[in-house]
Unconditional design. Structure first.
Length: 131
């Protein structure tokens, strides 16, 4: 999300690119598989009909680093949700040319790799206690 905001600030506030990143920020945080891919909808700030997938792809095409950050972050989140250490390792290996904000998180993940591996092998969680 921080990478999206930094990219957005590079554009004129009246431009289509700015509005693409500003007003539909929730779609960039949503899992790619859950985006609407078939039914176009009206996006008032863009004055255009498109699917949610088309909107996100248009935003990702604005900057290569933003695209790679998006893909790496979503791959990491998906591996955590599935508790799959192999896909986590693969996601870490594929994280190239990402934003400095995500790179900070990746360095923390690498530092705590053993703890993350333990988390993926066990079924217990301290989530309910923390909540």
């Amino acid at each position: 999300n921080q990478t999206r905001v930094q990219l957005m600030k590079r554009f004129n506030p009246k431009s289509r690119e700015y509005r693409l990143l500003k007003y539909y920020w929730r779609l960039y945080l949503k899992d790619y598989d859950s985006l609407e891919k078939r039914k176009p909808q009206w996006f008032a700030h863009l004055k255009d009909r498109m699917t949610q997938e088309q909107l996100v792809v248009a935003g990702l095409n604005l900057d290569q680093q933003f695209r790679q950050t998006y893909q790496a972050a979503h791959a990491l989140v998906k591996s955590f949700q599935k508790r799959d250490y192999r896909s986590f390792e693969a996601a870490l290996g594929n994280a190239e040319n990402v934003s400095p904000q995500l790179m900070t998180n990746i360095k923390s993940f690498i530092k705590n790799r053993q703890l993350i591996k333990n988390m993926t092998t066990g079924r217990l969680s301290n989530g309910p206690v923390e909540g």
